[in-house]
Design a protein around this ligand. Sequence first.
Ligand SMILES: C[S@@+](CC[C@H](N)C(=O)[O-])C[C@H]1O[C@@H](n2cnc3c(N)ncnc32)[C@H](O)[C@@H]1O
Length: 311
Amino acid sequence: MFIHKPILLDPVLTFLAGQQEEVLLVDATLGEGGHAEAFLSSNPRLVLVGIERDRQIIDRARERLDRFGRRARLFRMDFLEFFSSVAELVDRSPQCIFFDLGVSMFHYQASGRGFSFRRSEPLDMRLDSEKDETAAQLIATSSEEELKSLIRRFGEERFAAAISAAIVAERKKGAIEDSQALARIVWNAVPPAYRHGRIHPATRTFQALRIAVNGELDLLEATLPLAFDSLSVGGRMGVISFHSLEDRIVKRFFQERNKSCTCPSESPICQCGGQRRARILTRKPIFAAEAEIRANPASRSARFRILEKIV
Ligand SMILES: C[S@@+](CC[C@H](N)C(=O)[O-])C[C@H]1O[C@@H](n2cnc3c(N)ncnc32)[C@H](O)[C@@H]1O
């Protein structure tokens, strides 16, 4: 019934769920509630606050977590909105915060919103259907330069120039509103040798559009400091990311909090008090083992980092 397999479940539970002690855990990316169900099952004194931006998927999580009653409190909003008013929404500081970034298997396989280049679906890609413009609108209204820059930046796609030129040429013939139609345009735009690589040639373009439509990187960057501030002293923040753009933001943020002085380098004297706020528990990120990758190929690119707040 549930499509998404929770990733890196063992280390996530080990670092974040606690044993028998009381834990308030914020699952900031609830999805279908796979990790959430495991958190709640593994520690009977854990209370979970689940945040999810997507209305369709939070309903599935609600059904799954129903049996935990008041131990699971769910909010349909984005995580920036939540951490911006966390003190009004929960009555104490969480001991643990968990992010499992990106989208869910549900989005690719069952949402019907054009996340997958393998299906013919409306090019929507919004996680929150009440907000933002769709991928089709973004494609229709961006200049070639803007498309090139977003495909390069959010997709790290080396053929961004050729792809954006092809998109602009095709949209003159008619609106690009279907995911498979877009995948075909990308396929035809890239050199033949690139078409049969390890990943489908449209993978990076689709990633870039999804990130742009949902403002994913800006939201993450703005949310991490607020989430950290809300954490209780001794508490932990764990983040699973799936590509280097997300991971870079997480890694930089963790390093920043791990340093004793966070003043800008041009500042001649320390003004921040020089107090180290946190320690990194994972010098190197945790990756999925071969067996997990075989059972769940989506775990191949997952990286899990954990930070502990000390002040
Ligand atoms: C990888 S899935 C989480 C899967 C979940 N851990 C599980 O085991 O079922 C990520 C989820 O985060 C949601 N999401 C992405 N960005 C979000 C944001 N800014 N605020 C809240 N939820 C977000 C997505 O809609 C998606 O359902």
